[in-house]
Design a protein around this ligand. Structure first.
Ligand SMILES: *Cc1c(COP(=O)(O)O)cnc(C)c1O
Length: 425
């Protein structure tokens, strides 16, 4: 699996694309839907998956391929499939192993879009979810698992509740029941946490966030660790003939990466939501400085969290990097290099006072975005999590006064001054 001896920083800069003699130094943008061949047999072989190559950009593209290889290397996985968004990454990651009549256990502290996908859209498709609290004991998790359960899903660092997942605990509970642990690693990025090392089997990302890092491209990716036993009786679609792909048996024909091969040739083929080459180029460009940016995001966020915690107008601050955080012990184990640039706080006086502070900020912008190099703030209860009912908000860890602050890469003194003037306004 992790045969690459390079360190993460080197992988971020160099993995995914190795130019040949005289080729462009930077990953070229293959802005082409299709590929030219000299004989029909070459194309037939590609369709039969007999040899790797490109025949249509909906299924694979050279630029996207480089991006997939870079992220797979960074996460230490065997393969990755890039998608048009983080939403489609999470949707396909589940659809690849769960179908109508199946069930999934999810840890409840989740991104609003994911809650909506799981509770509304998947319900219509006949896939049922049970949500358990992140603090659930292994017995409680096991108790939620049914004979038709196909996976356990969780966020490594929940958006926006900032709950740190006890990956080893959840992975053990999943594995004891023959299930893969699928984790959304969007906020930590592989630079802060590599969930495969703690037992996760599949990783998803909204690459829209820190991986791009510059707010230019919506994108997602699904990464396969490799080595999960899909032949344990629970996953017939991975061990039986796929008649829609002329009898391919994924476990037999693609033993190194059966899950991601199936995801690409079934789901990306049929649903048609791949990442586009120009977005892959931009996301790759962003990713090449991921390690440098994440260090500063973490440093700025910790200093900002301390500043807000000691500010007389601030009621509470939630940042796993703070000693006062209930998540601090888990953060030390799973996020030793830092807890990302995202923190949450509430202003004394509640929602209304918080709104006033948001409106008074000059450097920090109100934006429906997070994990960007420009500092931004958002009020989840009235924005990203607006479609959730009160119970779902509580389960997702969103209080009505919660302001999500995504600390960017501006100078910390300027950021502190901006928040100080807004809080005192
Ligand atoms: C933003 C986000 C998503 C959805 O990603 P999009 O790229 O916006 O589709 C999923 N999970 C998490 C944790 C996110 O922050």
């Amino acid at each position: 699996m992790n045969s690459n001896p390079w360190k993460l920083e080197t992988l971020a800069v160099q993995a995914g694309y190795t130019p040949e003699n005289g080729a462009p130094r930077v990953t070229p943008i293959a802005q082409s839907t299709t590929y030219k061949y000299d004989d029909a047999q070459s194309v037939a072989d590609l369709f039969d998956l007999k040899r790797p190559g490109f025949f249509y950009t909906r299924l694979a593209n050279p630029t996207v391929d480089c991006f997939e290889k870079k992220i797979a290397a960074l996460e230490g996985g065997v393969a990755a499939v890039a998608t048009s968004s983080g939403q489609s990454a999470n949707a396909l990651a589940m659809l690849n192993i769960a179908r109508s009549g199946d069930h999934v256990v999810a840890i409840s502290s989740l991104y609003g879009g994911t809650v909506s996908l799981f509770t509304n859209t998947f319900k219509k498709m006949g896939i049922e979810f049970t949500f358990v609290l992140p603090t659930a004991s292994p017995e409680e998790i096991a108790g939620a698992i049914r004979p038709n359960t196909k996976a356990v899903f969780a966020e490594v660092l929940a958006n926006p509740a900032l709950v740190v997942l006890d990956i080893e605990k959840i992975a053990a509970a999943a594995h004891e029941n023959g299930l893969p642990l699928v984790v959304d690693n969007t906020f930590p990025t592989p630079f802060l946490c590599r969930p495969f090392e703690f037992g996760a089997d599949i990783i998803t990302h909204s690459t829209t966030k820190y991986i791009d890092g510059h707010a230019t491209s919506i994108g997602g990716i699904v990464v396969e660790k490799g080595g999960f036993d899909w032949g344990n009786g629970k996953f017939p679609e991975l061990v039986e003939r796929d008649e829609s792909y002329h009898g391919t048996v994924y476990m037999r024909d693609f033993p190194a990466s059966p899950y991601s091969t199936k995801l690409r040739v079934q789901w990306i083929r049929d649903i048609g939501n791949p990442m586009m080459p120009f977005n892959a180029f931009l996301s790759m460009l962003g990713c090449e400085t991921l390690h440098v940016r994440m260090e500063r995001h973490c440093q700025n966020a910790l200093e900002m969290a301390r500043f807000l915690e000691s500010h007389p107008k601030v009621g509470w601050v939630n940042y796993p990097g703070l000693e006062s955080s209930s998540q601090h012990a888990l953060a030390k184990k799973y996020l030793p290099k830092g807890c990302s640039g995202v923190l949450c706080f509430g202003v004394k006086g509640g929602s209304k006072a918080g709104e006033k502070v948001m409106n008074s900020l000059k450097l920090a912008a109100i934006a429906v975005h997070v994990a960007d190099l420009r500092t931004c703030v958002l009020h989840p209860a009235s924005m990203t999590h607006r479609q959730l009912n009160e119970q779902e908000l509580i389960a997702a860890g969103v209080s009505p006064d919660l302001i999500r602050l995504s600390v960017g890469l501006e100078h910390i003194d300027d950021l502190k001054a901006d928040f100080d003037q807004a809080l005192n306004a």
